[in-house]
Design a protein around this ligand. Structure first.
Ligand SMILES: [Zn+2]
Length: 343
């Protein structure tokens, strides 16, 4: 029996037209999602470094390059989940992982949450997320807490009297621990400057920073927001703040609640269930603690803030009081990243 594989001329025309259209749509969608060389290269490096985030998985998150790069020129990648049509978000959330380059799980878990949002972003919040704020620290052969200039980015924010207090804290309290070096000046590093600029322009209602390996939740805010008792199996433990830390700068000085998630291990991933439980508890907490009508949007005198950080005594009464300068006995950070086994 002869089986015909030909089609009538009319069917053929439609088939060809359909195929052309399909091809064009595919080309168009491929063009939209094609990563820039910077994203592609960084995803390749992340995929090589982290066993829990593959190259393709990183590309699939469709990150974009911010206009900032690290000390060694690696792009700081971001993903935005903007407000959706017909739904006013409850607030803006800025979420960052990998401020400390040797806290691998903080990067990987943030990637898992990006995947969750890719699937389920409902417009409840307006998110801006950077899974890896310190690419140089993570991606060097032996990952480091600090950036390529040897600066602890989480000590480089312009808190009041930074110049005096961070120097004292580093030299006396940490005995010049190189892992805690705050840098020569506040915001001396492009990575901390990037986050500072994001805070000024995106105006987050809440900032969330992911770290490891203390296995707790920390919280800094000089206002009325309540700290969460727990997120997943991580319980609240207020560690205090340090000169130049994000919690000190954002939470105490700027009055933006800063939630710090300290995962249990730097080099071992939480279980998928735990990653999800932390996320669900975090969303619940955000819903309960968002300011009623968004952020206050109080103007900040940026120039004055930087002069106060440099210790300019001519400014007289300091309105931005550093309530918790971190000069006393604070949480033990000494184990952070020191017990990394895997990545
Ligand atoms: Zn950390």
């Amino acid at each position: 029996m002869k089986i015909s594989i030909t089609k009538s001329p009319v069917t053929l025309v439609f088939t060809v037209l359909g195929a052309v259209l399909f091809l064009q749509m595919n080309i168009a969608s491929a063009e939209v999602s094609k990563p820039t060389p910077g994203v592609d290269n960084e995803c390749a490096r992340i995929g090589k470094k982290l066993s829990s985030v593959g190259y393709k998985e990183c590309l699939d998150r469709d990150l974009r390059q911010s206009d900032s790069v690290s000390a060694q020129g690696a792009p700081i990648l971001v993903k935005e989940y903007p407000p959706l049509e017909n739904r006013k978000p409850m607030g803006r959330v800025l979420l960052v992982g990998g401020i400390h380059g040797d806290e691998y799980s903080s990067v990987s878990v943030t990637f898992k949450w990006l995947k969750t949002l890719d699937k389920y972003h409902s417009g409840l919040f307006h998110w801006r997320i950077s899974p890896l704020m310190n690419p140089d620290g993570l991606l060097k052969r032996k990952s480091t807490r600090t950036n390529a200039n040897g600066v602890d980015l989480n000590r480089n924010f312009p808190t009041v009297d930074w110049k005096v207090k961070s120097k004292y804290y580093w030299e006396v309290t940490t005995s010049k621990n190189p892992r805690r070096y705050p840098g020569p000046d506040p915001l001396s590093e492009s990575e901390s400057r990037w986050l500072y600029d994001e805070i000024n322009t995106f105006k987050p209602d809440v900032i969330i920073a992911v770290h490891a390996p203390h296995g707790i939740v920390d919280f800094n805010h000089n206002g009325h927001a309540d700290a969460p008792d727990k997120l997943g199996r991580l319980h609240l433990n207020l560690l205090g703040t340090y000169p130049g830390s994000l919690g000190n700068f954002g939470g105490m000085q700027r009055g933006i609640p800063v939630l710090t998630i300290e995962l249990r291990h730097a080099g071992i991933m939480p279980s998928p269930g735990e990653i999800n439980d932390i996320w669900v508890d975090m969303i619940r907490w955000l819903k309960q603690n968002m300011p009623e009508d968004g952020s206050t949007d109080e103007p900040v005198d940026l120039e004055k803030e930087l002069r106060l950080a440099m210790g300019d005594s001519t400014l007289g009464d300091q309105t931005m009081v550093d309530k918790n300068s971190g000069d006393g006995v604070l949480g033990d950070e000494s184990k952070a990243g020191d017990n990394d086994i895997l990545n």
